[in-house]
Ligand binder design. Structure first.
Ligand code: CAA
Length: 292
């Protein structure tokens, strides 16, 4: 099945990046969100991010104009129903995602493939609440979407081969690389990344190092582009905690228990960059200041 149009549900950090790369690859994109402000902010951000790529000679002015013209936005969820492929990138809460798929069902074509950009929720369970578990799978982008090479493709227990092949072809056309993961809690990337971040928070909690020394140790000691605490702020501490809880509940192993300090930061509303404060304080004009 050939995909030519893509519906993106959610105009947040992930949704806008997904719309960006799909439009640049030549797909007609319709992006929806309950907030009109979120949609207009997302379009401005996409424009700024593609302009940055033009500035670096990676995209031409004509490609940018074409991509921007291919992105349509709407606050009416039903309007994404006519897309060949729908990528849900809403808040990482199962009840929210389930409600979106339930609301979409009356408006989609019989051939529409449904996917979720979830970073950890069971694809099989989300699929089971729809009328087409065989045409449902996980389509997990990494942040920042325009820069990161990987997409995790996750088959639910019922996903058919045709659906997988159609999604794999989209990843190829985006110029990205697919890693196939089985549908177990947090798949591959977050199964490995989140325990590392959680352990970095334990290292801070137990006073083995401070924010600066932990991040510097991992950047210079293991050549990671960002330290684990800086990366946690970038991802969002609420998202990190939610994924640790999925691992803890889903695998029932105490090695995945979320660090109490991570919980404390989330309770404080210090969620990282998006709230201007997390393991670093981003509110000043200069470099971010460590909070511990
Ligand atoms: N759109 C387009 N281009 C962008 C961009 C965006 N949003 N953000 C950065 N870029 C481009 C820059 O233009 C630059 O391009 P060139 O290589 O052509 O120069 C390049 O990316 C590097 O950007 P910067 O020079 O501004 O910054 P940097 O060198 O510090 O790199 C980074 C920034 C790419 C984010 C790097 O720090 C990095 O790779 N960090 C780790 C990111 C990571 O691990 N992501 C995965 C998170 S886990 C996840 O997403 C899964 C989940 O479910 C939680």
């Amino acid at each position: 099945m050939e995909i030519s149009s893509i519906g993106v549900v959610g105009a947040g950090q992930m949704g806008n990046g997904i719309a960006h790369v799909c439009a640049l690859a030549g797909y007609d994109v319709v992006m929806t969100d309950i907030s009109a402000d979120a949609l207009s902010n997302a379009v401005s951000l996409i424009e700024r991010n593609i302009a940055r790529q033009v500035g670096r000679g990676k995209v031409t002015e004509a490609e940018m104009a074409g991509a921007m013209a291919r992105i349509r936005t709407t606050t009416t969820l039903a309007e994404v129903g006519q897309s060949d492929l729908i990528i849900e990138a809403a808040t990482e809460r199962e009840t929210v995602k389930q409600a979106i798929f339930e609301d979409l069902l009356p408006h989609i074509k019989p051939t529409t493939i449904l996917t979720s950009n979830t970073s950890s929720i069971s694809i099989t369970r989300l699929a089971s609440r729809t009328d087409r578990p065989e045409k449902f799978m996980g389509f997990h982008f990494m942040n920042p979407v325009p820069v990161m090479q990987l997409v995790e493709l996750i088959r639910g227990i019922a996903t058919d081969e045709e659906t997988f092949a159609a999604c794999k072809a989209v990843v190829d056309r985006l110029g990205k690389t697919a890693a196939t993961a089985e549908d177990f809690p947090a798949f591959i990337v977050n199964r490995i990344l989140m325990p590392m971040i959680n352990e970095a928070v334990y290292t801070l909690y137990e006073g083995v190092g401070n924010v600066t020394s932990i991040d510097m140790a991992m950047k210079l000691g293991t050549n990671h582009p960002m330290g684990p605490l800086e990366l946690a702020d970038f991802i969002g501490l609420d998202t990190c905690l939610a994924i640790m809880n999925v691992l803890h509940d889903g695998l029932a192993d105490t090695k995945y228990r979320p660090c109490p300090l991570l919980t404390k930061y989330v309770e404080a509303g210090w969620l990282g960059r998006k709230t201007q404060r997390g393991f670093y304080d981003y509110r000043g004009d200069g470099d971010p200041v460590p909070t511990r």
